[in-house]
Design a protein around this ligand. Structure first.
Ligand code: GAR
Length: 229
């Protein structure tokens, strides 16, 4: 029986080759072989981009230290001295401090990432806009977390405490987190996950930021895990 199944797969590949469709069918076969455990599982290697203290990066590292479904391979940071760099060092994860010129040369920068085997990018409080070339090189493979319920309170300049101050100034009854794919507009790509909390009557931007962080730490790592799989 197994010889028949194996023979059938080989015939599919031969026919695909003859009709110039080999790459498509070989990719399909590889998926089957991985599922059967004949080929090793493709390794997911993420780079976390962060600009600040990196509490989300820390939680993601912690989670995948236990779960082993994702390899956190690189921390990319645009601010020398940012807290996230200490977190990377303590966890023994390589970090890269980038300058704007290198970052804007998206072709060169994405090659640096590809050379390190990076398969996915996670933005965890990263404040620079992602250049179109990098989005093209990692199509649907870049995830961002935003500390509000998009599409409200997103866009240029909407980060960290500015978001929470705007939510309170608008008198909204709820806020939350949005985890979404990254496209060429700020805070705009397809939403993967959203969850909300009620705003307390005596809420301040600081108290809301703290409660939103708890929500992010609780959900972000598991959302990343299901997204990559
Ligand atoms: C997080 O709250 C994240 O949602 C936000 O920056 C914070 C980073 O905190 N991102 C944005 O505002 C992006 N628009 P952390 O450095 O402690 O992870």
């Amino acid at each position: 029986m197994s010889i028949l199944i194996f023979g059938y797969q080989v015939i599919i590949l031969i026919v695909a080759f003859l009709f110039g469709q080999f790459p498509f069918f070989w990719n399909y076969e590889k998926k089957i072989l991985r599922r059967l455990g004949i080929l090793p599982a493709k390794q997911v290697r993420i780079a976390i981009f962060a600009s600040g203290k990196g509490s989300n990066a820390g939680k993601i590292i912690e989670y995948f230290d236990k779960h082993l479904t994702v390899n956190v391979s690189l921390i990319v940071c645009n601010k020398p001295g940012a807290g996230v760099l200490n977190i990377a060092e303590q966890a023994g994860i390589k970090s890269l401090v980038i300058d704007k010129e290198t970052f804007k040369k998206a072709g060169e920068f994405s090659q640096i990432l590809k050379d390190q085997g990076i398969t996915h990018i996670v933005l965890a409080g990263f404040l620079w806009k992602i250049p179109a070339g990098l989005i093209a090189a990692y199509q649907d493979k870049i995830l961002n977390i935003h500390p509000a319920l998009l599409p409200k309170f997103g866009g240029k300049g909407m980060f960290g405490e500015h978001v929470h101050a705007a939510v309170l100034a608008a008198g909204d009854k709820q806020s939350g987190i949005t985890i979404h794919l990254v496209d060429e507009q700020y805070d705009h790509g397809k939403t993967i996950f959203q969850t909300a909390i009620d705003i307390h009557p005596d809420e301040t931007p600081d108290s809301l930021a703290a409660r939103i962080h708890v929500l992010e730490h609780e959900h972000f790592p598991a959302v990343i895990e299901s997204w990559v799989s």
